[in-house]
Write a protein that binds this ligand. Sequence first.
Ligand code: ADP
Ligand code: MG
Length: 270
Amino acid sequence: MSCMLQLRDIHFSYPNRRPRETISGVTIEVGAGELVALLGPNGSGKSTLLSIALGALKPDRGEVLFDGSPVARFSRRELAQRMAMVAEQRDIRFPMTALEYVLTGRFAYTNALGFDSPGDVEIAMQALSDTDAAQFANRRFNELSSGERQRVTLARALAQQPRLLLLDEPTANADIAHQLSLLDLVRRLTRERNLGALIVTHEINLASEFADRVVLIKDGRLAACGAPIEVMTAESLSSLFETPLFVTRHPQSGAPVVSWKLIGPRKNEQ
Ligand code: ADP
Ligand code: MG
C-alpha cells in the first residue's frame, strides 16, 4: 500500500504551555484506500495531531509528509486539493444556506474571481446527497441541528475532492443510524475512490468495525497501533481509558465490541 500521509516522530508543544509537550514522538501512517481510527482519552492530543497533519500547526520536531513531500512546502490551495478536515462547526459568521456552505469547499478549484460554475454546484449537490443531506441544501446552515450540520460539514469536505479525509469526531452528535451510515460512507470512499481517512472518534465500537487500523494515543504518546482485532483488547483499552472494560466479539463480524465492567451490586441483585 502506498503511503499517502506520514507523521514521523512528531513532537509538539503549544507556545503557552512550554516546555510541556502535548505530542511526544508520534509516528502515524495512512495509506491510500485505508481508514485509520485515532482513539484515546480526552485531552490526549488527537485533535492536535489532526491539525499537525493538515499543516495548520507546525511540529517542533519530526516531519509531516504527503506523497513523500513535506506539507510545509505545499501552498494552501495545493493542500486543500489533497486534504480536507471535518471538525465540529458551530454557527458560521455569515448566514449561508447549507449549499452555499458546501460550495465554500470548492475554493481550492474556483477561478481567481471566485465564481461558482455550474460544475461546482453539481459537485456540491452530489456531496450533499452522498451524506444524506440534500434535503438541507436551501436551509440556513446555522438553523440545522448539530447532527445535520455534521453531515453538511462532511459534504463540504467531499466537495473539496481531497485524497485524504481528516475527521475529528464526525459522529459526536449523530444518532446511531447516521453514525453507521457516516462510517459506512467513509469506508466506501476509501474502497471506491481510494481515499485515505484518519478519523478521531469516541465511538470505539464503530472504529473497531470500520477501521483497517487503530492508533491508540495516551498523553501525547503512541500507546499501540495495529488491526482492531490485535490492538483492541480489554487490557489495552482499560489501561488507555483508565477504566475497567471488557471486550467481546460482534456476533456478525467478529470485530471487538467494548463494554464497561460493572462495579458494585447489579440492578437485579439489589
Ligand atoms: P484531544 O483532541 O485528544 O481531546 P487536544 O489535542 O485537543 O486533545 O488537546 C491536547 C492537549 O493540548 C490538552 O491538554 C489541551 O488542553 C491542550 N490544548 C489544546 N489546544 C490548545 C491550545 N490552543 N493552546 C494550549 N493548549 C491546548
Ligand atoms: Mg479533540
